[in-house]
Design a protein. Structure first.
Length: 156
C-alpha cells in the first residue's frame, strides 16, 4: 500500500513539475535556440495540418517514453510513475493547446469555464508577439491571476 501511495505521489509530483519544465523549455528553448522550429507556430505560415513546431511533440515525449520503458523493463519502478506523470502532462498539454486553444481538432470549442477562458486569454497574449523576443505567458496550465480577472468579465 505504501508503494502505491508513493507511486501516486510521484505521478502527481512529476505532472506538476512538468508545468515548470514546459515553461522553461518554451521560454529558453522554443523562443531561443530552437526558434527555427517554433517560429511557424507564431507566424502561421501555411504548412498544412502539421507545423515544424510539432517536432516538439517528439522531443518532449522522449523523456516520458524513456522513463516508462525503464520502469517496465528494469527494477526502477519509480521511473514508471515519473513516466506516467510526464505522459499525462503531455496528454493534457495536447488537449488544452492543440485541441481546445488552436482547434486543430474541432471539439471543445465553447466553454463557460472561467479557468479555460483564462487559459485561452493568456495564450492569446502569448501569440500577440510574432517574434521570439518580448514574449509572455510561456506556461500552459498555470495562468497568471490577471487572466482570471479578465475571464470573469467574459473577455477572451
Amino acid at each position: 500500500m505504501n508503494s502505491l501511495i508513493m507511486g501516486i505521489a510521484l505521478v502527481i509530483l512529476s505532472f506538476a513539475s512538468m508545468e515548470g519544465i514546459a515553461w522553461l523549455a518554451h521560454k529558453y528553448l522554443m523562443h531561443g535556440l530552437l526558434w527555427s522550429l517554433h517560429r511557424d507556430h507564431h507566424k502561421k505560415e501555411e504548412y498544412g495540418f502539421f507545423e515544424h513546431n510539432d517536432f516538439f511533440f517528439l522531443i518532449f515525449a522522449t523523456p516520458g517514453i524513456t522513463c516508462l520503458a525503464l520502469g517496465i523493463y528494469t527494477s526502477a519502478t519509480w521511473c514508471l510513475f515519473v513516466g506516467m506523470g510526464i505522459t499525462l502532462y503531455g496528454l493534457c498539454y495536447f488537449l488544452v493547446h492543440d485541441v481546445f486553444i488552436h482547434q486543430r481538432i474541432k471539439i471543445f470549442r465553447n466553454s463557460n469555464s472561467r479557468y479555460l477562458r483564462a487559459i485561452r486569454r493568456a495564450h492569446k497574449m502569448h501569440h500577440k508577439h510574432l517574434g521570439k523576443e518580448d514574449g509572455e505567458c510561456f506556461g500552459m496550465l498555470w495562468v497568471p491571476v490577471r487572466y482570471f480577472r479578465e475571464s470573469k468579465t467574459g473577455k477572451s
